[in-house]
Ligand binder design. Structure first.
Ligand SMILES: *Cc1c(COP(=O)(O)O)cnc(C)c1O
Length: 427
């Protein structure tokens, strides 16, 4: 029998995954920078965004930087020097040392370890929040007891199992770098992410929940660390009448123009979170009855910022999908679907989704790095998802999961159409 389908019209204006949402104050502060000629890496906008963001997350010091990646890099340098002392000339702060790191994430989380000649060891993901698995982390310390540093991400704005991770780190005397780039405004047991680590970073990149078009921030309660980061970020100038340098420096300071955009954005963080949460809840409701689940979070202990809404398709509702290094193919099947089919269908209607971050252990650039699952060495099991064994949790989430359009300017009506499109994939 023929089923009359409701016709879905292509969106006239593209529905984005997550695009900047401006409010008007941004241009006011940018203009102020221009008109007062503070067009450099010094100025009132920088002072204000540092003050406002430290106050918001509840830490003593914030240092505004050119990018989240720059913040993470300087976190890595601080940690390396604290653990191993000042590096020798031509050596990195982590020189040859292993660092445990979240696996399902953007590569900006991991690259700073390589910048400092360290070696990332990837820790598998748990299913409750899609973040670092404390059990796999414990296993990693059994295998590499000398490791003293962990880089922890809160994926898509969902806080990780912070208490459990911290307990494992404390037991092994390891420091934590917290990558809260995606989770600004998210909290865990009432405390903001970006304040749990020994060193903390956030990002103001163009698609984050608050943006300066670019930019990042380092958070700390240590005055000494804040001063070091500020100095390193401005080419490590000493307090001398001429350009005196005793250490290697970086050009990582935030521009006062960029800071003007961030300054205009920050008062809208809570509004953005409320919009993102409404989008998440609307998907959750609208997708009921389909063989999919939303990206999960600890409803009792955490409040995500809901930066991106994601789904994962039930195993038995997956049609066949094969991904190689650069290509993908799938075989459509009635009643079933896969991330590729949904992403292609969304694109067809002028809406933008995205695959879940491909796990770092599966990236060619990190193919030689160790990968530890809750069961032990994960390199032996990287293809387990094919058999449905799924011990490689990160790869399983990558295969079955996708990020949905989560733009906070998307209307409820537009989102209903997105939901309709996803539903049509399972017909
Ligand atoms: C965006 C992002 C970064 C990097 O921030 P930039 O400001 O783009 O340098 C780091 N880690 C994660 C998890 C991110 O999503």
């Amino acid at each position: 029998m023929f089923k009359a389908k409701k016709e879905i019209k292509r969106f006239e204006n593209k529905i984005w995954l997550s695009s900047p949402t401006m409010h008007g104050d941004e241009i006011k502060y940018v203009t102020e920078a221009y008109e007062t000629n503070w067009m450099s890496t010094v100025g009132q906008n920088i002072n204000e965004v540092e003050r406002l963001s430290a106050e918001y997350v509840g830490c003593k010091y914030a240092v505004a930087l050119s990018a989240g990646t720059a913040a993470l890099h300087l976190c890595t340098k601080l940690a390396g020097e604290k653990l191993y002392g000042m590096p020798k000339a031509n050596e990195g702060a982590l020189q040859g040392r292993k660092v445990f790191c979240s696996d399902v994430t953007f590569d900006a989380t991991v690259n700073p370890i390589a910048y400092e000649n360290g070696e990332a060891v990837f820790i598998d993901t748990e299913r409750d929040t899609w973040n670092m698995d404390p059990a796999a982390l414990e296993k990693a310390f059994e295998l590499y007891p000398d490791v003293k540093l962990v880089v922890l991400v809160h994926l898509y704005g969902t806080p990780a199992k912070i208490d459990e991770i911290k307990a494992v780190c404390d037991r092994h005397g390891a420091l934590i770098i917290e990558d809260a780039a995606e989770s600004l405004g998210a909290s865990y047991k009432g405390k903001q992410t970006g304040t749990f680590g020994d060193y903390n970073a956030i990002s103001f990149n163009g698609n984050k929940i608050i943006t300066g078009s670019s930019g990042g921030m380092f958070f700390t309660d240590s005055r000494e660390d804040a001063e070091k980061v500020r100095k390193w970020s401005t080419q490590s100038r000493e307090a001398a009448p001429w350009y005196q340098h005793e250490e290697i420096g970086y050009n990582y300071r935030m521009s006062n123009v960029i800071a003007g955009v961030v300054r205009g954005q920050l008062p809208y963080l809570d509004e953005h979170i409320a919009q993102k949460k409404a989008i998440y809840m609307r998907y959750k409701e609208g997708l009921k009855g389909l063989p999919v689940k939303m990206n999960p979070y600890d409803e009792k202990n955490s409040e995500p910022n809901f930066w991106l809404s994601c789904i994962i398709i039930d195993e038995d509702a997956m049609c066949k999908q094969v991904r190689s290094g650069q290509d993908v193919a799938y075989i459509a099947e009635s009643g079933k679907s896969c991330p590729t089919e949904i992403l292609e269908k969304l694109a067809e209607y002028n809406a933008e989704g995205r695959p879940v971050w491909k796990p770092m252990h599966a990236q060619p650039v990190y193919r030689m790095n160790a990968f530890i699952t809750a069961q032990g060495n994960g390199r032996a099991k990287t293809n387990a998802y094919i058999e449905g064994g799924c011990e490689d949790v990160g790869m399983d989430i990558f295969q079955r999961g996708l990020c949905l359009p989560s733009d906070n300017k998307m209307t409820a009506e537009e989102q209903d159409v997105i939901i309709e499109i996803i539903r049509s994939c399972f017909e």
